[in-house]
Every structure is written in C-alpha cells, then in structure tokens.
Design a protein around this ligand. Structure first.
Ligand code: ZN
Ligand code: ZN
Length: 493
C-alpha cells in the first residue's frame, strides 16, 4: 500500500525521486497523454465527465491513481504527495523551491524561471495547449486571481452532507452538496491562486496540479471517514445527470475499456492501493459500562478513536465525553461496527458529545473525532447504563401518572418506583398507544417479574402484582418494534 505524504515532509531524496519520475513520463510522451485527457474532458462542455458534477471527485481519483501507477512504473517508491495549502500558503513555502516545483512566474508572460519545470531546462515544453493558447512555457501568477482555502473553510466543507444534491451540477447548493462545495469553493481557488497554466483546461501541464488534486482527494477521504453514513450520489439513471456521473456509469475517457471504472469502483481509496499519511490504523479500545471515564486524546489532526462496549441488558445508555476538546461521537451497532445509530457533536456539557439511546443487548461501537480535522486535544469518554443515570424517572406510588412518549422505533422507557408497604400493586398505562410493560425487581433492573401487553383498557397494559418492599423497575415499549406514541404510566395500591 503506497502512502501519499504531505509534500512538506518529503526528504530531499523523495522530492528528487518524484521530480525525476514526472520528467521521465514527460520525456516518453505519457505525461502529455494525461494532459490531453484533462483538456478533452473540459472541451466536452456540458457533457464534461470530470467537472461540474457528482463524478468530479471519482473522476480525478481515478485519473490521479492512473498517473501514480505510471509514475511507479518509473520508480515503484514514488507516490503523489499532497499540497496542504491551509498551511503552505505563501510564495515562500518550500514547495516552490528550486528542488521541487520551482517558483512563481517571474519571467516574460509569467514564465516560470526556476526549478525543474522551467522552460530553460529544455525538458518542460508544453505541447498540449488550450484552444487559442500559444505559450509553450509553464506560467504562474501567485495570488493574482484568488486566495487559498483556510482550515476553517476546509472544516466547513468536510461537515457538509449529503455528498451531492439536485440539480447535480455547478448550481447544486454549496450547503447541501459536499461535492460542489469542495469543487467550487475549495478546489477552484487552488487553481486560481497558482494562476497561469493552472487556470487552463490543460492545467496538468503544471505538475503542482497533481499535488493540489491529491489534497482534494485526501479531503474527500476525510469526509468519507467522518460521515460514514453518507454515500455517493446519485444512482445511475437519475434524470438530468450527465453520463458518467451516476454511481454505476462508466467514466469517460476510460468507458471503452474492458472493465471501465465507475464512481462505485473508486469510493474506497484503500482498495485502490493507497493511503494518506494522516490516517491512523484503527485500534478498538473496549469500554466498560458504568466504569470511570476513560482518558484519551486526539493526538494527531484527523485522528479517529474507536471504542466498543457490551450492552448486556436492554435499557437506555448514555455515551458521553467530557473535557474542553470539541469532539464528535458516533455510535454503531448492535454487533456491526458500520451500522450507524446516531452521531452527535454538541449535545453534552460545553462542546462535548452526548448520545442517549435505548439499546438492545449486543456489542456497540463508538468513534470519536475532533470537530475540526486540523485540531487535537484530550477528552474523557464514558458509557453509563440507566441504573446510574440521574435522569431515570421515578413513579410515586399512588401519585400522579407520569407522561411519556415512545419517540423512536424500538425505544424503551425505563421508570423506577419504591415499595415501602408490601401488598398488591397495579402498574398500568393509559392513552391510545399500544404499550407493552415489563416489571423488574426487587432491587434489580434485569430480573423480570412479569410482562403484559393488553390487560388494561383498550390496548393498554396492566400488571397487578403482590410486591414486597424494595426498588422496582418498569420498562415501557411499544407492542410493535416500529411503533411510536404518547402514554402515561402509574402505580397504585
Ligand atoms: Zn480537473
Ligand atoms: Zn482541478
């Protein structure tokens, strides 16, 4: 598995190897075939398979991967590095040094005069040009046409869902289309800030194209990791979607190959054979329900911490973080680390996460990340069963009925009452919701005494039971696994 690294961390030897492989592809003609594919995509106008639509990210992922494999035929140790312009955002950044990408366009016509891709080297003559363009030298004009995205802008982008939205093009709302936000607000300014050749349909003529698009591809992978419940959109055949942009559409210009790549084929970049240097191998830490909070930290930007816990009884659980770090929690299960149940950013104290759910017995998984993909910090995490939860509601024996609502499928509401004087007790629901009662105790949330569905008026539940002194628990659920509704519950002697 090749690792794509932040270009600012490359050693001198790694930079030299990347430059040498790029120049070898230029010398043997392969490089300009790639430039032509990109120009051809743009020249298709409204039928562009690569820009202004959902396949913007899959198309460039496939395109970069093919370029990377071509580089690796020259030098198997080379991967495409990424340019994180939220950090390296000035003309003085090392990426523009003469040992790597070379500098700004300081010569006539914005010609690049330094580094391995200067025209004067005799090894970087542009042959694939936009219609009407005659400059055969690389040009740049840093900062003239735009400004580079900030980390705050990136955070906004990677928190947008869903992946894309109608009308599935450049007019898709940047608040409901992650793709159009990333393409229009984050990606385009990168081309514009570099300026010159990077503004053209044949922008891959500037080798920084690959580093810029590698960062865009990385941000897509960050979004995918942070939004595991979100999938590529739209499916093939969606009205108004340009050919090549549906999930199972073959992507031009590779659509005449024996097994042409489709967006579906490139969704998992690990399956394509590469990873990014900011991805952590996932180690799952087991948590114990009702144990003291576990102290951990987001030690690296973009890190995701994984936990598991076992819910041994059916009751409500609270997964909560503490501390001053703005973390986001996601809960998965039961017995499936990828079945998302709930995600929460700030329902806890301060900017902490808090997920409260009624859970059936099973193994559950929790993933914790920082709200900002560039920030780090420590936090504590705990899982509590409802036995220790101060929020568990008490029913007063012979007091008023307690109002409750089953607001979600499979919800279980838990109550407690205390018997001081032994004798016959009636536990009963009222209302038009078909409730199902389970009575536990004494002094146990797991020892079932009895259950009832419809012994009360209508479809209400009623349990009449002789009870000794002690603490009892009443669980209310809907008779139907998917049913919801309001009810009240009371205990009388
Ligand atoms: Zn492009
Ligand atoms: Zn681009």
């Amino acid at each position: 598995m090749g690792t794509r690294k932040n270009q600012s961390t490359l050693t001198a030897a790694e930079k030299a190897a990347f430059v040498a492989a790029v120049k070898a592809l230029k010398a043997n003609g392969t490089y300009d075939v790639f430039v032509d594919q990109h120009r051809t995509a743009f020249l298709a106008g409204v039928n562009d398979p690569a820009h202004g639509g959902p396949a913007f990210l899959p198309w460039h992922r496939e395109y970069l991967r093919r370029f990377e494999l071509a580089l690796q035929e020259i030098d198997p140790d080379v991967s495409i590095p990424y340019w994180d312009w939220t950090v390296d955002r000035t003309a003085g950044a090392s990426i523009w040094n003469a040992d790597f990408m070379g500098g700004n366009g300081t010569g006539p016509g914005g010609r690049v005069m330094t580094g391995p891709f200067a025209f004067s080297t005799g090894e970087w003559t542009l042959t694939v040009l936009d219609p009407g363009d005659t400059d055969t030298f690389l040009t740049r004009a840093f900062g003239v046409m735009g400004s580079l995205p900030t980390q705050q802008g990136v955070n906004t982008a990677t928190n947008i869902v869903p992946y894309d939205s109608p009308p599935w093009n450049r007019n898709s709302s940047t608040s409901t289309s992650f793709r159009n936000h990333l393409e229009g607000i984050i990606h385009n300014p990168g081309h514009m800030w570099v300026g010159g050749s990077m503004m053209a349909m044949s922008s891959p003529n500037d080798p920084v194209f690959w580093l810029h698009h590698c960062n865009i591809d990385r941000l897509w992978s960050v979004w995918q990791r942070e939004n595991p419940g979100q999938n590529y959109l739209p499916p093939s055949g969606t009205p108004g979607v340009v050919d090549g942009h549906g999930l199972d559409d073959p992507m031009p210009p590779w659509n005449n190959e024996a097994s042409p790549p489709m967006p579906r084929d490139v969704l998992d970049h690990h399956a394509l054979g590469y990873t990014y240097d900011d991805e952590e191998p996932t180690q799952v830490v087991p948590l114990t329900v009702d144990a003291a909070p576990f102290t951990a930290s987001i030690g690296q930007a973009g890190e995701i911490d994984a936990y598991s816990f076992v819910a041994s009884t059916q009751e409500s659980y609270v997964i909560e973080t503490e501390g001053s770090t703005d973390v986001v929690a996601a809960l998965y299960g039961p017995n499936d680390a990828n079945a998302l149940i709930a995600e929460d950013d700030d329902s806890g104290v301060d900017q902490n996460s808090r997920i409260a759910r009624n859970l059936v017995p099973g193994t559950y998984y929790v993933r914790i990340r920082h709200y900002s993909s560039s920030s780090t910090g420590s936090y504590r995490i705990s899982v509590r069963g409802s036995g220790l939860q101060p929020g568990i509601q008490t029913i007063q024996v012979n007091g008023p009925a307690v109002q409750g609502t089953l607001s979600a499928a499979n919800e279980r509401d838990l109550y407690t009452f205390t018997v001081v004087t032994p004798g016959s007790h009636t536990i009963e629901t009222a209302g038009s919701t078909d409730c199902f009662l389970t009575l536990f105790g004494p002094n146990s949330q797991t020892t079932v005494i009895t259950q009832d569905d419809d012994s009360g008026p209508g479809t209400n539940s009623r349990i009449v039971q002789n009870l000794g002194a002690g603490v009892y628990y009443v669980q209310v659920r809907h008779y139907s696994p998917t049913g919801t509704g309001a009810y009240s519950v009371s205990v009388r002697t």
